[in-house]
Each structure stands twice: as structure tokens, then as C-alpha cells.
Write a protein that binds this ligand. Structure first.
Ligand SMILES: CC(C)(COP(=O)(O)OP(=O)(O)OC[C@H]1O[C@@H](n2cnc3c(N)ncnc32)[C@H](O)[C@@H]1OP(=O)(O)O)[C@@H](O)C(=O)NCCC(=O)NCCS
Length: 172
């Protein structure tokens, strides 16, 4: 899938059911509807983006949500909070585009550092973040439940978008 086949747009409350379904499909301890709703509507620091594409087989259909990314910009710090891509759409650049757009928005708002936590066993996510320039700076023992697992703490400081990173078509 090339970039032009999906677009990144800000999430809106009507997208909540689709985001929740994707969240529940992707995580063993998913965020609840209430948690997602709070980020979408009630958190001044939160930004919520979705990646969506139109189904080629159903030209009239509403674009389908294939990924999302929730992140906070808290003064100089960008915090990546939640990221998921539909399983059938992975390894096509959607996750990278969603994180790159967060980095771009962070830079635009003068953030200088980006941080995140990820399950130690989550190789796809760790590879994605490393590829974008994040480095491991620590561990939080037994941070996650279901199953219990360490978190790897990763950071990008200074915050940069490397020249090789393409930006997706973003409709803001
Ligand atoms: C992690 C996740 C968001 C990645 O999304 P994605 O759209 O598949 O990622 P991309 O296609 O943009 O991958 C970009 C790069 O990340 C790395 N990467 C992504 N998935 C990988 C995998 N399964 N194995 C190894 N490297 C991987 C590769 O370097 C890849 O570049 P390449 O395809 O050119 O080799 C997706 O696997 C996912 O939703 N996982 C379940 C939810 C989750 O773990 N979220 C993260 C919580 S911290």
C-alpha cells in the first residue's frame, strides 16, 4: 500500500466504536471505551489520529479505520500513548506514518523530546520505534499486567524527523 492509499485525519467521537473494536483486537489489556472517550474529548494534552482507507471493493463505503495513534504533547514532551494498526494492514507503513505525524505535530508545538513505554516482548513495535530513531533508556519492571511484563522505556531526544521518513497524506 502506498501512502496515497490511506490518509491520516484527526479522530472524532463518532469513530469511537471502530477505534474500540481495533483496540480490543490488538491488545490483551485494551483501553476501555471510557478511557478512549476521555482521550478523544476530555484531555487538553491529547491528540488522536486515525489512518483510514476507502475499500476498493465498495467504492461508496465510508473510509475504514485501519489504525490509530493517541499521543500527548505536554509542553516540551511528546508522549506516545497508544498505537495500533489492523492486523491485515500491517507492514505497509501505516504505523510509521502515524508516529511520524505525531513527531511532526510535536515539533510544530516546540516539543524537544519524545518518550514511550512498550512491552519488552513487542518486537514489531520496538523495531518500529528504533527505526524512527528512539533509543532504549530504561525498564519499568512488571509494569504491564495480563500477562505481567516489563516495560521498555524509549526516548528520542532531540526530537527529529529523519529525512528518509515520508509523511502520509494528512488531512488536518
Ligand atoms: C506495532 C505496529 C503498530 C506496527 O504497525 P505497522 O503499520 O505494521 O508498521 P509499519 O509497516 O509502519 O513498519 C515500519 C517499520 O517498523 C518495523 N516493523 C514493523 N513491524 C515489524 C515486525 N512485525 N517485525 C519486524 N519489524 C517490524 C520495520 O522496520 C518496518 O519497516 P519495514 O516494513 O520497511 O521493514 C503494529 O504491529 C500493531 O498494531 N501491533 C499491535 C499493537 C501494538 O503492539 N501497538 C504498539 C504498542 S507500544
Amino acid at each position: 500500500m502506498v501512502m496515497s492509499e490511506f490518509q491520516i485525519v484527526p479522530a472524532t467521537p463518532d469513530m469511537l466504536p471502530d477505534i474500540l473494536a481495533l483496540e480490543e483486537a490488538c491488545f490483551s489489556s485494551p483501553w476501555t471505551r471510557k478511557m478512549l472517550e476521555a482521550e478523544l474529548t476530555n484531555n487538553q494534552f491529547a491528540h488522536f489520529l486515525v489512518a483510514r482507507r476507502r475499500e476498493e471493493s465498495i467504492p461508496q463505503a465510508e473510509p475504514t479505520i485501519i489504525g490509530y495513534h493517541c499521543f500527548w504533547i505536554v509542553f516540551e514532551e511528546l508522549r506516545l500513548m497508544n498505537l495500533a494498526v489492523r492486523e491485515s494492514m500491517r507492514r505497509r507503513g501505516v504505523g510509521k506514518a502515524l508516529v511520524t505525524e505525531a513527531l511532526r505535530l510535536g515539533l510544530e508545538q516546540a516539543a524537544t523530546r519524545a518518550v514511550l513505554e512498550v512491552r519488552a516482548s513487542n518486537d514489531p513495535a520496538c523495531s518500529l520505534y528504533a527505526r524512527l530513531g528512539f533509543v532504549q533508556i530504561g525498564r519499568r519492571p512488571r509494569y504491564y499486567t495480563n500477562p505481567i511484563e516489563h516495560a521498555v522505556l524509549m526516548e528520542m531526544h532531540p526530537l527529529v524527523i529523519s529525512s528518509g521518513q515520508q509523511l502520509a497524506k494528512v488531512l488536518l
